[in-house]
Design a protein around this ligand. Structure first.
Ligand SMILES: Cc1cc2nc3c(=O)[nH]c(=O)nc-3n(C[C@H](O)[C@H](O)[C@H](O)COP(=O)(O)OP(=O)(O)OC[C@H]3O[C@@H](n4cnc5c(N)ncnc54)[C@H](O)[C@@H]3O)c2cc1C
Length: 383
């Protein structure tokens, strides 16, 4: 039997590691990713200010996987009827598949935004954002303006890093964040939204909610109000779409996370509705939790097939999203929502650091976790 995991982000890597320990030894497991490294995306914005962190947030897949075959290739097409996957390197057949290809940046047809707005999904994007921000700070000083479009988890954290970078470079460029909805961190609890907005303002970020971008040209961002906002740098974190293998869609899956009898979809690649009927927010913590349910369900399907039972009808586990809270960094500050409470400052930073190290350890990235702990220890001692 052959189980294939497509994508080794939060969902795919967590799932593959669970399958490695749970599935009988004669079941073959293959994980496919276009990169040989897992990227700890929820820390990617930090590379804008601290390029030396790139190694810490890159986890070598062969180092943390044991029996799974790691195949470095691009997934081009998935034929669910034939149960085949077309890769940039050839074709793969599967008995069961988990599609964990994450999301891509969505531009919603906004004219000029793909050309002028830099996305943030890869290390190369973070480096590009950094080098342009340094140019803006150095050449334009306090007349420079860097605009971040979209105030979700990534936009908020990018704006925080850029504000801190501008301060460190003494360039004092203005960092403006634009959000079309009425609050930053849309979809998150209100007390968290308020605390994040306050942290951004304290960091000197010009926060504009209720402000929709309609287009961009080389020098100006066009707003729905008719205003033309001049800018030197534009970063776009305004939305996500599905992977190319789904033609840009994010297919809906119910709480068993099943796309069909033989395939699951999870993480940012899918729109997940959990057992309580709630839409699950696309996030790293949702992806990791969904992977646990899919690992259990793949285990049950494998077992049913081996027992000669109807492989299409075993009882599958339902996913319910229960978040312990949310955490973002805003430059050197952080905001944490834990149950009804919101923390900022030292307590939130300590929590963020603990969660970061916990995640790295959970995926077997012991070297990365140790590097992070020793770096933070050294930085605390020097403060
Ligand atoms: C700057 C930033 C900050 C964020 N902060 C937070 C946060 O604080 N908290 C939080 O919960 N979430 C945060 N997120 C969101 C979080 O990173 C995503 O929700 C999460 O990565 C989704 O996990 P995933 O496994 O679905 O996809 P991903 O982690 O994106 O993994 C997808 C994998 O598929 C691979 N892949 C994609 N297409 C192909 C292809 N065609 N062929 C082969 N391989 C392919 C990719 O290389 C990647 O390894 C942040 C995101 C960003 C960008």
């Amino acid at each position: 039997m052959h189980v294939v995991v497509l994508g080794a982000g939060y969902a795919g890597l967590t799932l593959t590691r669970l399958l490695e320990s749970d599935l009988p030894p004669d079941v073959d497991i293959t994980v496919v990713d276009e990169s040989p490294d897992h990227l700890v995306q929820h820390e990617l914005h930090r590379v804008i200010r601290r390029p030396e962190l790139a190694d810490e947030i890159r986890v070598s897949l062969p180092e943390v996987l044991d029996r799974a075959t790691v195949h470095v290739a691009r997934v081009e097409e998935i034929n669910r009827e034939e149960r085949t996957v077309t890769l940039s390197t050839g074709e793969l057949e599967y008995d069961l598949a988990a599609i964990c290809l994450g999301a891509r940046t969505a531009y919603y047809g906004l004219e000029g935004v793909p050309e002028h707005g830099t996305a943030l999904k890869r290390l190369s994007h973070a480096r590009k954002i950094r080098s342009r921000a340094l140019e803006v700070c150095q050449s334009r000083g306090e007349n420079g303006r860097i605009v971040v479009g979209g105030a979700g988890l990534s936009g908020v954290q990018v704006a925080g890093e850029l504000a801190a970078l501008a301060r460190e470079e003494r360039g004092a460029a203005t960092i403006t964040i634009l959000e079309q909805l009425e609050a930053v961190a849309p979809g998150f609890p209100e007390n968290f939204q308020r605390a994040v907005e306050r942290a951004l303002e304290d960091a000197g970020v010009d926060v504009r909610t209720g402000t929709a971008v309609t287009a961009a040209d080389e020098t100006h961002i066009h707003l729905e109000s008719g205003e033309r906002l001049p800018y030197e740098q534009f970063v776009w974190t305004g939305g996500i779409r599905g992977p190319d293998a789904f033609d840009g869609d994010r297919p809906s899956v119910k709480s068993d996370l099943r796309l069909d009898d033989r395939a699951f979809a999870l993480g940012d690649a899918a729109r997940v509705v959990d057992a309580t009927g709630d839409a699950v927010p696309p996030s790293a913590q949702s992806a990791v939790r969904e992977a646990r349910t899919v690992a259990e369900n793949i285990g049950r399907l494998v077992e049913a097939e081996r027992d000669g039972a109807d492989p299409f009808d075993p009882h599958l586990e339902s996913f319910t999203f229960e978040s312990p809270g949310w955490l973002v960094s805003v430059g050197d500050d952080a905001v944490a929502q834990v149950g009804p409470a919101v923390l900022t400052g030292r307590a939130a930073k300590a929590l963020k650091s603990t969660v970061g190290v916990g995640y790295l350890s959970s995926v077997g990235a012991v070297r990365n976790a140790a590097e992070r702990v020793s770096r933070e220890f050294a930085s605390n001692r020097s403060q």
